[in-house]
Design a protein around this ligand. Sequence first.
Ligand code: CAA
Length: 259
Amino acid sequence: MTYETILVEQQGAVTLITLNRPQALNALNSQVLTELTAAFNAYDADPKQRCAVLTGSGEKAFAAGADIKEMVDKDAADFFLQDFFSGWQTGVVATRKPWIAAVAGFALGGGCELAMMADFIIAADTAKFGQPEIKLGVAPGMGGSQRLTRAVGKAKAMEMCLTGRNMDAAEAERSGLVSRIVAADQLVAEALKTAQAIAAMPPMAAMVNKEMVNIAFETNLAQGLLTERRLFQILTATQDKKEGMTAFVEKRPGVWKGR
Ligand code: CAA
């Protein structure tokens, strides 16, 4: 597929996806969703690709939100009948392999929500996160009220949604929204380095670790612990478990089969 709103490149086992509408601060319109869905599906389906990084083009924004110009003339029936925003869950969140959001500049509204769909966020020191939808007479629609609340707790999430104020990188790290902060000019290089480290892990184990952590947000503790044990037990049937433990005992690096 040829893309117009994103750039996709492969660096070894890592796929780098770049939102590429800098003139609109990478606002997320339907075409971006269609293309991101295709790119994430292709990444998931390619056995040679083992981790992905999503970032924004330009220094100013990761993404300044859902495209307001695309929404301004739609009415409630349009949004309801199209089940507007539902495609982000099926097209992006459903990705089974790990991926990292590398955020510099604005991650507002849908931009913040897209970053939070990632397995974790690495932020540039220029990053600003916010859910300003209330200023447009609406509210988050791509998961912000749920994922932000789970990430930073009720007090900060509620304040951000009700006032539309932004959180800077330092506050985002303090609050647990991002895993760490790096200098803006090092952001993509650092994210790719982290992605390469993940890509060097046994790939089924990476997928299962991702699934396990995500299950913590979907279920109660007893069910989560049971699911963790069962998934652990399933992994012990893989060739990579045998190889990983044998390699440790033999004091050599593991060579992964991916099964
Ligand atoms: N949708 C469409 N276009 C957008 C956009 C958006 N979310 N954000 C910025 N743009 C466009 C601007 O319209 C402008 O285009 P033109 O040059 O054609 O006028 C261009 O990007 C540059 O933006 P600004 O001139 O506004 O840049 P700035 O530096 O003055 O301000 C900003 C930057 C504070 C991020 C400002 O652009 C802004 O407030 N953007 C909107 C943020 C927002 O409200 N996001 C939430 C959207 S709703 C949503 O996401 C719903 C949901 O839950 C999924």
